[in-house]
Design a protein around this ligand. Structure first.
Ligand SMILES: *Cc1c(COP(=O)(O)O)cnc(C)c1O
Length: 418
């Protein structure tokens, strides 16, 4: 067996390539000919399967240490397929801080089709145990339900967005298994380079491959990896029948992205760490959310079976400073949602990624109006830090100007200039 970095570059051997091409071919064919009416060919129709997609699906299964992989047209298509294995009446426990699109898919689609979702702080193991067992009475949208049966699944993200709380796959999966529930992990922010959740007890891993795996902001894609054959068959059914499959050319985009995953992630983490340390001592910054700057960083890594904290971080500006001025004056960081690509992106969660969350709900999970999220790329850290520095200077000028005007106003109001 080859090791991880070699697997990133080569995947599993391709046996149908007689040309010497070093890359697996992209099969632009929606249909595949039968040799005769009596034969059943390996491939017949591209939605059901094709060799380009098969290469990527086998590769992600290999990288995540699963038995079977599936490629979808987006992360949400992948999550939709996974959730479709549940039935009306099933209860699913969901981590409190999940991706907004996932939250909406659960709450506004599946909940209306009879599946019950309950949001729980997945770092509170007693609360999680009570919720999975059916003893607790908390629901996704605050309504109270009478519960009797154990949950069918626990769904969570390893690093939460945008506050970068760390969820312990091992402990959460153990609680799920105690009551016969499966553990479903969104590994988008972490990638198999930093953690393989299936090794830690998870049953299903999902990815928005749009982010780190593809890594170049040029494709939307989703991946699922499973261990269990029966779950695999159900997810294959959903893939083939809903048909939200990833097209061959885009499977190749993800494959090519995966080849440089480790190199990109190393630089992104190094840059994120440098930026987090810079922000920590900046006078306009109130708080920094990045596990890499915690004093117990080594312990957090070891305890959670992580090999790093990835390239996303967030911070709050001090009161009175407008985070919008910081963001509008960045030149290297682009003002955009998404993450995990080679270029650095910055955004204001309350107005961009998390604007759909009701304000009270948003504040409850710690996403304040002052919170800025950075998705760090592979540029020179010094350029990124200088970019932030000059944007903070602009924000400080705006702050002083604003306060001078306020002072003038209060002096006028109190009759000093009368
Ligand atoms: C982006 C994202 C998704 C959704 O993936 P798409 O490819 O945009 O459909 C799901 N989970 C997480 C954590 C994400 O960041």
């Amino acid at each position: 067996m080859t090791r991880f970095n070699t697997q990133l570059v080569h995947g599993l051997p391709v046996n149908d390539n007689n040309t010497g091409a070093v890359n697996p071919p992209i099969y632009n064919s929606s249909t595949y000919a039968y040799e005769s009416v009596d034969t059943m060919p390996r491939w017949d129709y591209a939605r059901s399967g094709n060799p380009t997609r098969d290469f990527l699906e086998r590769q992600i299964a290999q990288l995540e240490h699963g038995t079977r992989g599936f490629a979808f047209a987006s992360g949400l298509a992948a999550i939709h397929a996974v959730l479709s294995i549940f039935k009306p009446g099933d209860r699913i426990i969901v981590g409190k801080n999940i991706y907004g699109g996932t939250y909406s898919l659960f709450n506004e689609y599946f909940a209306e089709r009879g599946i019950t979702f309950e949001a729980v702080d997945t770092a509170d193991y007693d609360a999680l145990d009570a919720a999975v067992s059916g003893r607790a009475r908390v629901t996704f949208d605050g309504r109270e339900l009478a519960q009797t049966s154990a949950a069918k699944a626990v769904y969570f993200e390893v690093l939460t967005n945008p506050l970068l709380q760390v969820n312990n796959v091992n402990r959460i999966s153990a609680i799920a298994h105690r009551y016969g529930a499966i553990s479903i992990v969104d590994n988008t922010f972490v990638t198999p380079y930093l953690q393989q959740p299936l090794d830690l007890g998870a049953d299903v891993v999902v990815h928005s491959a749009t982010k780190y795996l593809a890594g170049h902001s040029e494709v939307t894609a989703g991946l699922v990896v499973v261990l269990d054959d029966e779950i695999g068959r159900s997810i294959y059914f959903a893939q083939n029948r809903f048909g939200g499959v990833l097209a061959p050319a885009e499977c190749n985009d993800v494959r090519r992205g995966i080849q440089t995953l480790a190199l990109r992630m190393d630089r992104q983490q190094e840059n994120a760490q440098a930026i987090a340390e810079y922000l920590l001592v900046h006078p306009l910054v109130k708080s920094v959310h990045y596990p890499g700057v915690r004093a117990d960083r080594a312990h957090v890594l070891a305890e959670n079976g992580l090999r790093g904290f990835g390239g996303v971080l967030s911070f709050e500006v001090v009161p009175g400073v407008d985070p919008g001025v910081v963001l509008d004056n960045l030149h290297i960081f682009r003002l955009a949602v998404s993450l995990g690509a080679v270029e650095s992106l910055a955004e204001l969660p309350c107005r961009m990624t998390h604007f759909e969350l009701p304000k009270a709900e948003r504040l409850k999970v710690g996403i304040t109006d002052e919170l800025v999220r950075l998705a760090v790329g592979i540029e020179d850290a010094s350029d990124l830090i200088e970019d932030l520095g000059q944007a903070f200077d602009k924000a400080y000028e705006a702050y002083l100007k604003n306060h001078a005007e306020l002072d003038t106003f209060s002096q006028v109001a109190s009759g000093v200039f009368a």
